[in-house]
Write a protein that binds this ligand. Structure first.
Ligand code: NAP
Length: 298
């Protein structure tokens, strides 16, 4: 008989992270008279991106940090964007830089990401950060951004790891199946699971027999960008289901109602991965600020 799954409550766990973060920000202010600041860079006026940037600014305020919103028109060139990011990189009042993804198609997003200095890469998007995270070598990046204070990380997968940690989910030895291989989500997610000693399978649009592969997962992460793509009968009874997807109408990448009947734990949409992403980003910004100021605080 099916039992009701535990709902992995990202709202509550993220609030706890932000509370600890606010204490860290307070300490930084007391010890150095500096207010950590997150710079968000938005190119164009994509309504979802405008909302995300506004939410990030609001969370900065909530923990006592400053936020700086830089907006470029949709017509901005790669060079203009790169120059803007370099300027922020040199500004000592800026602790972390977030380039809101996605950028308009004509822009070379990789070049723009690479303009972020690693020490301010609070979303773990640079090749340097990804490499350091994948190799487990945080020392070359500086601040201990990631879960378990060990590796720097991309905010969404980092938030997922923190959520699993908050619910004491054992990961070592588990089969983690990640559907999606984007540089900001699927790939770093897989690396973080590997670092936590899971056996990892990464699926993508060319994967054969996807339902069977997903059915073998003890932990399944959906990061596809297609509403309700992962079906309930793809879920192994008792599996842990993490829905990273966020589609118009507050719909995730998993058929929630059907997966709910088989999962042992599941994230809701909204209120699961979304708030964890923002809290992780804000937390990593405060850690970056402390590191830049040579402060050893948790
Ligand atoms: P993306 O860059 O579009 O990547 C989507 C991935 O899904 C690609 O790797 C693609 O495979 C794979 N895919 C597409 N169709 C597939 C299919 N039929 N079978 C198997 N795999 C398939 O998307 P993303 O930026 O990673 O975002 C994924 C989702 O997460 C979106 O819903 C997004 O809104 C959400 N998201 C949420 C947060 C949050 O904070 N909650 C943050 C970021 C993103 P190929 O590589 O082969 O094309």
């Amino acid at each position: 008989m099916a039992t009701t799954p535990v709902i992995l409550d990202g709202k509550t766990v993220s609030a706890q992270i932000l509370q600890r973060c606010a204490q860290r920000v307070q300490k930084i202010k007391q010890l150095r008279s500096v207010t950590p600041q997150l710079a968000t860079v938005l190119v164009g006026e994509d309504p979802a991106s405008v909302t995300y940037v506004r939410m990030k600014a609001k969370r900065c305020e909530d923990v006592g940090m400053k936020s700086l919103r830089v907006e470029l028109p949709a017509s901005a060139t790669t060079q203009q964007l790169v120059e803007q990011i370099r300027e922020l990189g040199q500004d000592s009042a800026v602790s972390g830089i977030l380039l809101q993804h996605p950028v308009p198609r004509h822009i070379d997003e990789r070049s723009a990401f690479e303009a972020i200095p690693p020490m301010k890469d609070v979303d773990g998007v640079t090749i340097h950060s990804f490499g350091a995270m994948a190799l487990g070598d945080w020392s070359s990046t500086g601040p201990r951004f990631g879960p378990w204070g060990s590796v720097p990380g991309s905010a969404t997968p980092g938030g997922i790891m923190r959520l699993l940690e908050a619910y004491n989910v054992p990961i070592a030895g588990k089969h983690a199946v990640v559907v999606g291989r984007s540089p900001i989500l699927g790939k770093p997610m897989a690396m973080m699971f590997l670092a936590a000693n899971a056996t990892v399978t990464i699926c993508h649009s060319k994967t054969r027999n996807l339902p069977d592969v997903v059915r073998d997962g003890d932990i399944v992460v959906a990061a596809v960008g297609k509403p309700q793509f992962v079906q309930g009968d793809w879920i192994q009874p008792g599996a842990i289901v993490i829905d990273a997807g966020f589609n118009p109408g507050n719909v995730g990448d998993v058929d929630y109602d059907a997966a709910f009947l088989r999962a042992s734990m599941i994230t809701p949409v909204p209120g699961g991965v979304g708030p964890m992403t923002i809290a992780t980003l804000i937390d990593q910004t405060s850690l970056a600020a402390a590191w830049q100021l040579n402060l050893q605080i948790d």
